[in-house]
Write a protein that binds this ligand. Structure first.
Ligand SMILES: Nc1ncnc2c1ncn2[C@@H]1O[C@H](COP(=O)(O)OP(=O)(O)OP(=O)(O)O)[C@@H](O)[C@H]1O
Ligand SMILES: [Mg+2]
Length: 342
């Protein structure tokens, strides 16, 4: 399971050393680095070199699921814990018992779930949703993120106490562009693998000029992007086309498109905001007032739906939690056109 860590750079050598030292300590680890840089490979190598090898390695992507689902995914639930919980389900914490729980994209976990995770790490126990009984958890937590957690703490998006709990050891993987000396070894390794995977008879050997070009590229998608370039070169049976494409898109990669710099709240009102055409008639719906209204409605809808579904549509309970009157809640339910699940 999982590839070896390829690379000859100082940083890769240091990381491999660190893995050897950390693996049998069981200390919590946070792996940081840009997308495609090899965070999961490092997590798998930690596990493979540890005494927990052979026990479960359970991965949870904390960014992929909405809050409620992530919570039940992690901690499991008893039958009847909420509407739709028809039978008991074990959580990933329980499944990872004795092994590794790999919390991927930990930087995207919501504050309430961070609080719960902190509690579990402090007490070594957790209770599945709808259960009174605490379950003892013996899992090695390896977390990964491509966010800068220190900045997230300043922005109040990440709990400082959780950060110190998780982050006993940090393994930061530098982007590929900062360790270009790894590129030719990665090319050799993955070309070998893909050549046999795609049943190609001849290895498409890159010459020195090509290796040099690939080494100069800035690889925003890191090793994963390099893998894709190798795959397409192999399929096309030729390097030139892929390399030309790579460099012609290079400028575009550096400059984020205007669309991606528009915050969600603005995008909600106008498809795109043409800042030069403030008075243009194509933007009739754009105003601070309308954004505020739409956005507040969106948040209101999210919060009310969440509370209603987590109380099993018990309206008086929901009203109490939301600290609004029962009548107001009924009004909002109608106004926002909310309805209980069939
Ligand atoms: N040093 C390396 N040696 C061998 N393979 C590597 C190395 N680094 C990355 N890879 C490979 O590159 C691909 C991307 O790596 P991985 O999935 O670990 O990245 P990641 O940092 O978790 O990315 P993301 O943030 O997008 O989840 C994988 O196929 C992985 O095997
Ligand atoms: Mg990953």
């Amino acid at each position: 399971m999982g590839p070896p860590i390829i690379g000859v750079s100082n940083s890769i050598e240091k990381i491999s050393e660190l893995i050897k030292h950390v693996a049998d300590t069981g200390l919590n680890v946070v792996i940081t680095g840009e997308t495609g840089v090899g965070k999961e490979v490092v997590a798998q190598n930690l596990y493979q070199s540890s005494p927990r090898k052979g026990k479960p390695f359970i991965k949870v992507n904390c960014a992929a699921l909405p809050d409620g689902l992530l919570e039940s995914e992690l901690y499991g639930y008893e039958r009847g814990a909420f509407t739709g919980a028809e039978k008991k389900k074990k959580g990933k914490f329980e499944l990872a018992h004795g092994g590794v729980l790999f919390l991927d994209e930990i930087g995207d976990m919501s504050m309430p779930l961070q609080a719960k995770l902190l509690h579990v790490l402090q007490s070594g126990e957790f209770a599945p949703l709808g259960s009174e009984k605490e379950v003892v958890s013996d899992t090695w937590i390896i977390a990964a993120t491509n966010h800068n957690l220190e900045q997230e703490i300043i922005k109040n998006h990440f709990r400082e106490d959780l950060y110190y709990r998780l982050n006993i050891i940090t393994i930061d993987i530098p982007p590929l562009r900062e360790r270009p000396e790894d590129i030719s070894q990665l090319i050799e390794y993955y070309l070998g693998i893909y050549t046999s995977q795609f049943n190609k008879k001849n290895l498409l050997q890159p010459n020195l000029a090509i290796i040099e070009k690939l080494t100069k590229y800035h690889w925003p998608g890191n090793v994963r992007q390099l893998q894709n370039v190798l795959k397409s070169s192999l399929v096309l049976g030729d390097w030139d086309k892929t390399i030309v494409a790579l460099f012609s898109s290079a400028d575009a990669d550096d400059r984020p498109s205007p669309k991606s710099t528009v915050p969600e709240s603005v995008a909600l009102i106008t498809e795109y905001l043409d800042l030069d055409g403030v008075n243009s008639p194509e933007q009739p719906s754009f105003s601070l007032k309308s954004i505020k209204k739409t956005y507040l409605e969106k948040i209101e809808r999210e919060v009310i739906s969440y509370i209603l579904s987590s109380t099993g549509w018990n309206r008086s309970k929901a009203a109490k939690i939301l600290k609004i009157s029962y009548k107001t809640l009924l009004y909002k339910i109608t106004d926002l056109n909310l309805s209980p699940p069939a």
